[in-house]
Design a protein around this ligand. Structure first.
Ligand code: AVI
Length: 326
């Protein structure tokens, strides 16, 4: 195929969320919370990229190591003429490791909430993989995912790297996996990155780094509310906190109010006590087999699990059972 044959579908900027409604519901609740999906405006995405480069944040480099080491076997499992659907804004480094081993892909379908991110990723991939058919889809992949028809493809395989599924509570994760199993039924599969349970110190250092990049990433959520929703958060009056809750098997990130204060967001006023937290993110960590069990309950069959030598992170491949469980 020549460059001119590369198909890049037009991206529609569909409104996919209601930031204000979610913020009012979250800050009005008890305990207070904010959905972590709102971390990722332009500033938040840049900060997240910096997190991924931190020495303390082991997941990115460890997952890339696993992908590099086993990409050929992964490509073999994905098989010829597959449609590869990437869920959420993956790092292009990870995608490219797979694409390099998949010259006969039917299409690469990146699904992301951000039209800007998709436009850039699509442009860059089209430039570097001239024969690749790129079909971007703007959607919040944690809600419903509607894919264009893919009759030409031999099968649909979802790629969900980064342990992003860890940001969902297990019940939500199961529902999400159920939807993905529906997309991939008929001989398709799921290639997914899963962060593993480990020493508390290592986990907490990854989410509360000395360079304060994760703190800036967390606080940017309040800055974003100020910018986009006419909020008046004093960023100096909240501090970042991250701790591992061993009983729940998750990192919890919070923004803690340093004093008693009131904050306005648009027409609404929210009161904070000194020390009161806003929960901004959960990041669940799994046992290798524990995640496979969860996936099984959503209709998947575990085919292969790869880990690094230190068993910090895993990449898992699942097939879809013919008949899904309800
Ligand atoms: C995107 N997600 C998988 C990251 C995580 O590790 O839970 C988000 C993150 N939050 C703080 N650092 C990274």
């Amino acid at each position: 195929m020549t460059q001119s044959q590369t198909v890049v579908r037009k991206i529609r900027a569909t409104p996919v969320h209601d930031f204000l409604t979610d913020v009012i519901a979250g800050l009005g609740g008890s305990p207070k919370s904010l959905p972590c999906k709102y971390f990722y405006d332009a500033a938040g995405t840049e900060l997240f990229d910096r997190i991924c480069d931190l020495d303390a944040y082991y997941p990115t480099r460890t997952e890339i190591g696993i992908l590099n080491q086993h990409a050929r076997e992964m490509a073999w499992l994905i098989g010829p003429r597959a449609r590869l659907v990437e869920l959420g804004s993956g790092s292009s480094t990870k995608t490219r490791i797979l694409l390099d081993q998949l010259p006969d892909l039917d299409a690469y379908v990146p699904v992301d909430i951000s039209p800007e991110y998709l436009a850039r990723a699509t442009r860059e991939l089209a430039r570097d993989y001239p024969g690749l058919r790129v079909v971007p889809v703007v959607a919040d992949s944690t809600k419903t995912i509607t894919l264009p028809k893919g009759e030409r493809a031999a099968r649909t395989v979802a790629f969900f790297p980064g342990s992003t599924i860890g940001n969902l509570e297990p019940e939500q994760a199961r529902d999400f996996l159920h939807v993905v199993a529906g997309l991939c039924q008929g001989g398709g599969g799921l290639l997914i990155g899963i962060d593993l349970k480990k020493d508390r110190r290592m986990l907490e250092a990854a989410y509360d780094d000395d360079q304060r990049v994760t703190a800036a990433f967390n606080l940017n959520l309040l800055a974003r509310i100020n910018r986009e929703l006419d909020g008046d958060f004093d960023l100096g009056a909240f501090r970042h906190r991250a701790f591992y809750d061993e009983a729940e098997g998750r990192i919890e990130m919070q923004l803690v109010s340093l004093r008693r204060q009131s904050v306005e967001v648009g027409e609404s006023v929210f009161r904070f006590d000194e020390g009161e937290p806003i929960t901004t993110e959960y990041s669940y960590k799994y046992e290798v087999g524990g995640f496979a069990e969860l996936a099984k309950s959503a209709g998947f069959t575990c085919v292969r699990i790869w880990t690094d030598d230190r068993r910090l992170f895993s990449v898992q491949y699942f097939g879809v059972e013919r008949r899904k469980k309800a």
